[in-house]
Design a binder for this molecule. Structure first.
Ligand code: 4AD
Ligand code: MG
Length: 434
């Protein structure tokens, strides 16, 4: 057997014999020549097998091979700009079937979304999903690299929690032994506040859970969120951080996946390339005014719906920051702006092109009395929050942070219609399997 290579590193084997281990992605051919599209997990390549290049048995085995059969294939790597996928081709000299696939349910024809999601465990093998999930991994790596290199310490927040963070209506409840109810975390933020008082700049990155009964293209019941938190930071500092962070992430993806974005996902890159600091910033009231000018109805004091976000963001060619939502519709921990106490010192970053909110955060209420009043107003149990209140009793400081949902970010960057494709196995109202 020749050197075992991967498709991702095939360029370094030009002119040389290699063996690839993978699966048959697709094929076409005649009685004289077979074009086998091979995938090995690291990439895709076309292998060309002439009848006279291999034994009669090998040629026939290839000719009758079903899609997704696993195989080992040997050949000479040839550079050819016209070759599909990667600019290299394999000229086959030997071929061995590892396991013949039964008739594969996902063919080249169009399938419905539900069918594909039912077969998600197989759909992951497609070139499109390959591109999306690799970009997801790059985004996660970029998020970590950015925070790690800007002195944010990774402090993992727990998943089981005794109390709500983002409102009691979307809590997933579990039983904590015989003792009490526990909840799956909606956000690691409250623990990051404790961590930031200990380490100054921290972040967590992990799965979060929301029992939202919404069936929109932006909602998952399990999603991954990155949440930085910093002591001695106000709302402006928080927005600066989020802007810099998001620009870094977008640039990293453009630098590493431009080809996949434009060729596989057919993403228009104009707006991504325009994602540079500073982003436009709008006060909630000004945003409402703009929404009204665009001909949509909005109740001043209420939250934005996705039609509002879509109409608003279409006016800009880069992400938009909306600040100062009414405190009354926001979470209990948000700091009221001392100059306009009906409004919270919070911000949402709305992605352009109708993708809506991808980042939410702001300054936290650091005053014990005001925080106590909010806990009461939200009907929360003070005793569940005593530990959190301690952070205001022992050396309280202004602090801020934000959360970015990885899937919303992937959906925007990849230009996907629905978040279900941005996560390996989506959990939504009507889907718990595969
Ligand atoms: O705006 P949210 O609810 O904010 C928080 O959870 C804060 N505690 C974060 C913080 O300040 N540390 O959620 C933050 C982000 C949203 O902007 C969105 O990207 C994502 O999490 N998100 C969802 N993503 C997918 N499905 C859902 N159901 C989501 N809910 C929120
Ligand atoms: Mg939000």
């Amino acid at each position: 057997m020749s050197n075992v290579a991967t498709i991702a590193t095939i360029a370094s084997y030009a002119g040389k014999p290699v063996t690839l281990k993978g699966w048959l992605y697709n094929k076409r051919g005649s009685g004289k020549i077979q074009f086998l599209q091979i995938r090995d997990g690291s990439g895709f390549i076309q292998a060309v097998m002439g009848r006279s290049d291999v034994s009669e048995e090998e040629f026939e085995a290839a000719q009758g091979l079903s899609q997704e059969s696993s195989l080992q294939i040997t050949g000479i790597v040839k550079q050819d700009d016209r070759a599909p996928f990667c600019g290299y081709e394999l000229q086959v000299t030997g071929f061995e079937v590892v396991s013949k696939s039964a008739e594969y349910p996902i063919s080249k024809k169009e399938h419905g979304d539900a069918f594909l999601m039912d077969h998600r465990h197989l759909w992951l093998r497609s070139r499109r999903q390959h591109a999306i999930l690799r970009i997801r991994a790059t985004i996660i790596k970029a998020v970590r690299d950015y925070l790690d290199s800007n002195d944010y310490l990774l402090v993992d927040s727990p998943i089981f929690t005794p109390n709500a963070c983002e409102g009691t209506s979307t809590l997933f409840e579990t039983q904590w032994f015989d003792e009490r109810k526990a909840f799956l975390s909606q956000s690691g933020q409250l623990y990051q506040e404790a961590a930031a008082m200990a380490f100054n700049k921290t972040y967590c990155f992990g799965p979060t859970f929301r029992a939202e009964k919404s069936k929109t293209r932006r909602h998952l019941n399990e999603f991954w969120m990155v949440e930085p938190e910093a002591a001695f930071m106000d709302l402006d500092g928080d927005i600066d951080l989020a802007e810099d962070f998001l620009c870094f992430v977008v640039e990293r993806v453009l630098n590493t996946h431009e080809k996949e974005l434009s060729e596989v996902l057919e993403r228009d890159l104009t707006i991504l390339k325009n994602t540079r600091k500073p982003f436009p910033r709008l006060h909630y009231l000004d945003a409402c005014k703009k929404i009204q000018e665009l001909g949509l109805e909005i109740e001043i004091g209420g939250d934005f719906g996705s039609p509002h976000e879509t109409a608003l963001t279409k006016q800009y060619d880069k992400p938009l920051v909306v600040t100062h939502f009414p405190a009354a519709i926001k979470a209990f921990y948000m700091k009221k702006d001392p100059e306009q106490p009906e409004y919270a010192r919070c911000m949402d970053i709305l992605a352009p092109e109708g993708y809506g909110e991808i980042i939410g955060g702001g300054q936290r209420e650091d005053n014990l009395e005001l925080l106590l009043a909010e806990i009461k107003r939200h009907g929360l149990n003070q005793s569940d929050f005593e530990w959190f209140l301690d952070l205001r009793r022992y050396g309280s400081v202004p602090h801020a942070g934000f959360g970015m949902g990885i899937e919303r970010c992937v959906a925007w960057i990849c230009g996907l219609h629905h978040v279900r494709e941005t996560i390996p196995f989506a959990r939504t109202l009507d889907r718990l399997s595969p």
